[in-house]
Write a protein that binds this ligand. Structure first.
Ligand code: C5P
Length: 403
């Protein structure tokens, strides 16, 4: 999966011959899982039709401040478009638009949107070689870079004029690769490896029965996705769970029992920078597992349980540089219990959720947490979706590891 997956991209098209390549550009963005909206300068419509682009982007294409053909003459809100976007790309950027962007001219919807956009802006110039070389163009490019706009340099090759030289718009696949690489380089967890445990464990009683719990895995999976979106390479060790995750940065390892999870966690722990153990691991397992299905009888049946190994504590005992995070799901004396675990298991931080709080815990889509760090500083958060909680947890970890 691409870092562009789920991202909103505003593509501005100006009137260069390279505009014909934007059909492919839109397709590539859509393929990478991004949502695309297109704005065109009026003159660019002579090079590629809005119909092509609206069909490929699955969104209406705008080019004027209002649509005359519409019955109510709908205003195209450039501020809204600018705020909608996670990233704006202007490709091709003609010398004319470059110069207007550099000077704050906004005599069309694309330029007004550019001035309103708060997101990173990429621009891919395209023009004839002499225009590209002109000091005026160079000055515009430098000025845009000084505004923190990101240049996707033109390449050398055959130009529409028949001349050969620098000025060709970068190829669509190179533009997408450039943006992906650039986004990745800004992500706070790039180059970091994160181990996450999630879900319940099943402890076999016999070949068909087990002792389990109600953990859904939602919290751990949300943390895995958030960590991956922040650029981390994630190893997600999951007990039996219906949760799905599709992200090229996440390697999912499915396990069943606490012992399987212990072995997998130890296999990867030495390679990671951060370990977040959110799984609801069984504390006990049947001492003996029956090889055959246990038959029904009238007499009572007793199953003798033996403790499982505490994965978190065992990692705490051997940790070196790793930032180790545990969870505490408590029903009473919550803070004291969580702080006790933090110290006993040698953690860098613990995430406490109390079953006293409505909407917190296992089966819900929401959670309410308090984070306690090594210095016993407490930070409490409100009731939120597990996705939002995962973001709070990961942002907290990012600040801690960068401190
Ligand atoms: O001590 P307690 O089981 O309440 O601690 C909960 C924390 O310890 C969680 O982070 C859980 O994932 C972890 N844990 C573990 N292995 C166990 C039991 C709990 O990693 N066997």
């Amino acid at each position: 999966m691409s870092v562009l997956s789920g991202k909103k991209i505003l593509l501005g098209i100006t009137a260069g011959i390279a505009a014909y390549k934007t059909a492919n550009l839109v397709r590539l963005f859509i393929k990478s899982g991004a949502e695309v909206k297109v704005i065109m300068t009026p003159a660019s419509k002579d090079f590629i039709t809005p119909l092509t682009l609206s069909t490929l982007s699955k969104n209406p294409v705008s080019s004027a401040f209002y649509d005359k053909e519409e019955e109510n003459e709908l205003w195209n809100n450039h501020v809204e478009l600018g705020l909608w976007a996670d990233y704006m790309l202007i490709a091709p950027t003609t010398a004319n638009t470059l110069s207007k962007m550099a000077n704050g001219v906004c005599d069309n919807l694309l330029l007004a949107t550019y001035l309103s956009a708060k997101c990173p802006v990429y621009f891919a110039p395209a023009m004839d070689l002499d225009m590209y070389k002109h000091p005026s163009t160079k000055t515009s490019i430098e000025k845009l870079q000084s505004f923190q706009n990101i240049l996707i340099p033109a390449t050398s090759g055959e130009l529409a004029s028949g001349l050969v030289g620098e000025g060709r718009m970068a190829e669509p696949q190179d533009i997408v690769a450039f943006i992906e690489k650039d986004i990745l380089s800004t992500l706070p967890l790039r180059g970091k490896k994160v181990l996450i445990t999630a879900g319940p464990t099943y402890e076999a009683i016999d070949p068909v029965r087990f002792i389990g719990n109600h953990s859904s895995g939602k919290m751990g999976f949300a943390i895995a996705k958030t960590a991956a979106n922040l650029g981390a390479e994630v190893i997600l060790i999951s007990g039996p769970s219906h949760q799905q995750i599709q992200h090229s940065f996440v390697k999912r390892i499915d396990v069943k029992s606490a012992e399987n999870m212990y072995n997998a966690a130890h296999q990867y722990f030495n390679m990671v920078d951060i370990a977040i153990l959110s799984a609801a691991v069984a504390d006990y397992k049947p001492k003996n597992v029956a090889h055959q299905k246990i038959k029904k009888k009238d007499a009572t049946l007793e199953i003798v349980l033996t403790p499982t190994k505490d994965i978190l504590a065992s990692l705490g005992a051997i940790k070196k540089q790793q930032f180790l995070v545990g969870f505490a799901l408590e029903t009473n004396n919550e803070l004291a219990n969580a702080k006790g675990k933090l110290a006993r298991k040698n953690l860098d931080m613990i995430v406490l959720n109390s079953l006293q709080d409505k909407g917190a815990g296992f089966a819900t889509d929401t959670n309410k947490i308090t984070i306690i760090d090594k210095n016993l500083t407490e930070s409490s958060f409100g009731l939120k979706s597990k996705t939002a909680v995962a973001k709070d947890i990961m942002n907290y970890i990012v600040t801690k590891i960068n401190a």
